[in-house]
Design a protein around this ligand. Structure first.
Ligand SMILES: Nc1ncnc2c1ncn2[C@@H]1O[C@H](COP(=O)(O)OP(=O)(O)OP(=O)(O)O)[C@@H](O)[C@H]1O
Length: 267
């Protein structure tokens, strides 16, 4: 069932001549995990801003459940790369505050629920620590636990694992899959990533964006059954060919853009 729908959406920031996004059309189904890859500046974060209701569209129509998106709402949670935790609150308080703000729990119940979430992300014994006392990977775990404390139907994730090392990235990906499927009632996830392997491992579909103005160059179905097993997946010839296809789509776009800038010299 279609949940998010972008119909010829365009965005031109105030004062800009050129649009950041032009004629972007896409339907995202309920429970789908859609990954977006594309060169830097192609409008991925801007699309998250539109879906979150933080930025108004300047053309086209953007709907959630058939209703135009005009403002942020509790039906959409956003996770950024930079953790965005409150530095003056402990890990536990960051999560219980989110639970209270969303009206999901108050007082002791909020603390209890927050503790369960911290346990789930493997940080049960770090509940009293402040963000500055945690490693980058731990902070992002808390940020993800806090986002999932909101129990929103839609998650908009902008390079959520971009700032963590490869090992932490793998475990955060597993965590994301666990939270996505939750109690069997899947969330809908729009995940921006620069990592093609991450997109292929996590997503149901991958949208490859063109350089600005952002549009979809290709929508790719990721056919691998779940649960996926990394070790076998990366050796699967179909995986290798999909990976190469995405890489060459991105490289072609980047080379064409460079040729326009450099007049083709040396490329
Ligand atoms: N708040 C803003 N005001 C004006 N222009 C903006 C704003 N945010 C983004 N832009 C412009 O919109 C275009 C798309 O930027 P955006 O951040 O959406 O790209 P991106 O694909 O997420 O890039 P990256 O992968 O580097 O994060 C760029 O040309 C950028 O300069």
């Amino acid at each position: 069932m279609a949940l998010l729908h972008l119909d010829s959406v365009s965005l031109t920031y105030p004062g800009d001549d050129l649009p950041a996004i032009a004629n972007l059309s896409l339907t995202i189904n309920q429970g789908e995990l859609l990954a977006v890859v594309g060169p830097s500046g192609c409008g991925k974060s801007s699309t998250i801003g539109l879906l979150a209701g933080l930025t108004p569209v300047t053309g086209g129509l953007l709907t959630l459940n058939g209703n135009p998106i005009v403002a942020p709402g509790p039906d959409r949670a956003v996770v950024f790369q930079d953790y965005s935790l409150f530095p003056w609150m402990t890990a536990l308080d960051n999560i219980s505050f989110a639970l209270q703000e969303s009206g999901r729990a108050t007082g002791k119940a909020a603390k209890h629920e927050a503790r369960k979430l911290l346990d789930m992300v493997g940080l049960g014994s770090y509940s009293h620590k402040y963000p500055a006392e945690l490693s980058g990977g731990m902070r992002q775990r808390v940020a993800i636990a806090r986002a999932f404390a909101l129990d929103a139907p839609v998650y908009l994730m902008d390079e959520p694992f971009g700032a963590v090392d490869a090992r932490n990235r793998v475990s955060l990906q597993e965590l994301l899959l666990k939270l996505w499927t939750g109690d069997g009632n899947k969330k809908t996830i729009f995940l921006v990533t620069h990592d093609i392997d991450e997109a292929l491992y996590l997503a149901d579909r991958i949208a490859v964006f063109t350089p600005g103005p952002g549009r979809i160059l290709k929508l790719i179905d990721v056919p691998f059954p779940r649960p996926r097993r990394r070790f076998f997946l990366v050796q699967d010839p179909h995986y290798i060919s999909l990976r190469n296809e995405i890489l060459s789509l991105l490289q072609k776009e980047i080379l064409e853009e460079l040729q326009q800038v450099e007049g083709g010299a040396g490329i």
